[in-house]
Design a binder for this molecule. Structure first.
Ligand code: NAD
Length: 372
């Protein structure tokens, strides 16, 4: 069995607490002979600043490039609020995304049946929801130049952000969308604002061309991003894969996330190009939540977002779809038994801690693996 090299970057706050539960799962996979994972661990974020005065070291970056996948916890906290901007904790994550060219951000929004009542929408709208928001992560208005604030000298200032997309950037993100859809329910909805933005016109044109050339078997629809936002809360189950740019993706993925209830449940993946030699993609997997300083060190954090991020690594980096399905089923089974960390427990009900939830999921994995 080939070894998979994982770089673990637990980070700050609850990062190490939720990563500890993934380490136990990794040991479970190794012990059961389901996979062979080799792990290395390094500092990132505030703890790395404390040790090395940077948010991530060059040595860790080299290890990140060599890894088959990176598992990232969370970074930041009040302790580092006043450190210089370019070495603030988040700079470690941004450097990983930028240097590894992780241009495709996958944010699944899945409602576990047991948690359908935790959503702000009605149960029937979200029960069984399983959609994937694919956000372009390295281009668009967050990076385009010029990006300036100019003093006009008349008591006014002018701020400029520039939305820029080249054909190749739209082509590669749409390919990821169509490939994802083929493994799901075979439908892609592309969202932009072609009615008012030139970048939207090009986006629409390029997605249409890639579809016609390479993915005719996948259903494609186009939607204006504002209408898409409305449809996401009106009838979210109509979607399978939504592909959109950096700015719209930032907002729409947060909207979709809230359909599912809690921040402690949300996983994500950021993927780069396939290396033509090794056929592997650079990939980083992380929970959507931050370091939660308010509950750090108390053993209260919900580890499911981190565990589900590991599940995404199984699926997207290691082609272990069956095991990823098993892990999702184990999470659902633990929830079905009524087990809840404080963030997802209804008011006044009993909740369990991080380690107990991690162990409950491993127990369910034991049962599922024995039955397989
Ligand atoms: P946060 O996601 O850390 O926390 C928001 C709220 O959700 C808090 O009340 C927290 O207790 C709760 N929460 C988050 N994750 C949880 C979990 N797994 N289980 C239970 N409850 C959970 O966001 P914030 O408070 O805005 O930011 C705190 C720090 O994290 C800041 O320094 C911020 O910059 C950083 N941050 C880092 C990342 C990242 O590493 N990717 C992302 C967002 C924020």
């Amino acid at each position: 069995m080939a070894a998979h090299k994982l770089l673990l970057l637990p980070g700050d706050g609850i990062g190490p607490e939720v990563m500890a539960e993934v380490k136990k799962l990794i040991a479970f996979f190794n012990d059961k002979g389901l996979a062979r994972f080799e792990t290395e661990e390094a500092l990132v974020g505030g703890c790395c600043y404390d040790a090395h005065k940077v948010a991530i070291t060059d040595e860790t970056m080299a290890r990140a490039r060599a890894a088959d996948a990176i598992l990232f916890g969370a970074v930041g906290g009040p302790k580092w609020d006043s450190v210089p901007y370019d070495v603030r904790p988040e700079a470690g994550l941004l450097r990983l995304r930028k240097d590894l060219a992780l241009y495709a951000n996958l944010r699944p929004a899945v409602t576990y049946p047991a948690l359908a009542d935790a959503s702000s929408l009605k149960r029937e709208l979200v029960e069984g929801l399983d959609i994937m928001i694919l956000r372009e992560l390295t281009g668009g208005v967050y990076f385009g130049e010029p990006k300036t604030i100019t003093d006009l000298g008349n008591g006014q200032k002018r701020a400029i952000d520039t939305q820029v997309y080249d054909t190749y950037e739209i082509e590669r993100i749409s390919r990821v969308a169509f490939e994802l859809a083929r493994k799901r329910r075979n439908k892609v909805t592309s969202m932009e604002k072609r009615n008012v933005m030139k970048s939207g016109v090009l986006w629409n044109e390029v997605v249409t061309q890639v579809h016609a050339r390479e993915f005719k078997d996948v259903q494609l629809e186009h939607m204006l991003a504002d209408a898409g936002g409305m449809q996401l809360v009106r009838n979210p189950k109509q979607f399978d894969v939504i592909v959109t740019d950096n700015l719209f993706g930032d907002m729409l993925s947060d909207v979709a996330a809230m359909l599912t209830g809690s921040l402690g449940m949300l996983a994500s993946a950021s993927l780069g190009e396939v290396n033509p030699k090794t056929k592997k993609r650079q990939a980083l997997y992380e929970p959507v939540h931050g370091s939660a300083p308010d509950i750090a060190g108390k053993g209260l954090a919900n580890p499911i977002a981190m565990i589900a991020s590991f599940g995404m690594a199984l699926r997207y980096s290691f082609n272990m779809g069956k095991e990823a399905d098993m892990l999702e089923a184990a999470i659902a089974a633990a929830l079905d038994k009524g087990l809840r960390t404080a963030d997802i427990a209804p008011k006044g009900t009993k909740s369990i801690g991080t380690a107990e939830m991690g162990q409950a999921i491993i127990d369910e994995m034991e049962t599922l693996a024995a039955a397989a």
